[in-house]
Design a protein around this ligand. Structure first.
Ligand code: PGA
Length: 242
């Protein structure tokens, strides 16, 4: 794992955007897997902006959504679906055929997981962009998730349910989430984990310095052969070497 610390959220986001753009320039048919949330939002806006201005060709690229709140409609502004469309797909004018998001309203959860597993197995993920939850989760791979897990539906941790309310306009009941699994996260060619802000400092300290354990899934970044932990100064403020 390589740790990179940037001055602020803006610089962190610009660096993440550059890694995404560079990946697509090197491999235009890349399969990218993107988290949603407050952390990567600016990076995606920067990707969209640069892609348009610099005419970076994303027309052969495929994008998978890392996760989704089960039972939440895609037009709900708190859904991962809405977020990726709003900040990335619409500004970049991406074609529906390039986008693979979970159907959170699917009756057959297993079929929904199988579809994603098949896609990942056939192509392999070139670049994965993830945030870190306050409980160390990656996507909805909550503490204690099996390291060999593939795409699955998870019962959400209490912390995830509480923190997750911030994305929604009003109070919602969120019990389960569908997510790409830890095995697939770790098998991505490149793993980019991002965090910013003072409230993520204890989480970053654990992710980078605690023993590797699925009780805090973000620690797995330590053993990813091509893993990058990108933070701003505030999120890195509790690290030993900082
Ligand atoms: P955030 O979410 O980017 O909104 O902090 C991170 C996460 O839960 O993975």
């Amino acid at each position: 794992m390589k740790l990179k610390v940037y001055k602020d959220y803006n610089e962190l986001s610009a660096a993440a955007a550059a890694m995404i753009i560079d990946c697509v320039k090197a491999k235009p048919e890349a399969l990218l897997c993107f988290a949603t949330g407050d952390t990567p939002k600016l990076a995606y806006e920067m990707v969209a902006d640069r892609a348009v201005k610099e005419k970076v060709d994303f027309s052969g690229t495929f994008i998978i959504g890392l996760d989704e709140w089960m039972g939440i409609s895609p037009d709900n502004t708190g859904s991962c679906h809405w977020f990726l469309h709003e900040y990335l797909f619409k500004p970049m004018n991406m074609d529906a055929s390039q986008i693979h998001l979970f159907n959170a309203l699917a009756k057959n959860e297993k079929a929904e997981c199988d579809k994603m597993n098949k896609l990942i197995r056939a192509n392999g993920i070139d670049l994965m962009v993830v945030g870190i939850g306050m409980n160390g989760h990656i996507g909805f791979n909550e503490p204690g998730t099996d390291e060999n897990s593939l795409t699955h539906v998870a019962v959400l941790d209490e912390i995830t349910k509480t923190v997750g309310q911030k994305y929604f306009a009003g109070k919602v009941t969120i019990e389960k989430g569908i997510t790409v699994g830890l095995k697939q996260v770790m098998e991505a060619e490149k793993l980019l984990m991002m965090a910013n802000g003072k409230n993520k400092a204890p989480v970053i300290k654990k992710a980078a310095e605690d023993n590797i354990s699925t009780s805090f899934p973000a620690t797995l970044i330590q053993k990813h052969p091509n893993g990058f932990l990108l933070t701003d100064n505030e999120a890195a403020s509790e690290l030993k070497q900082n």
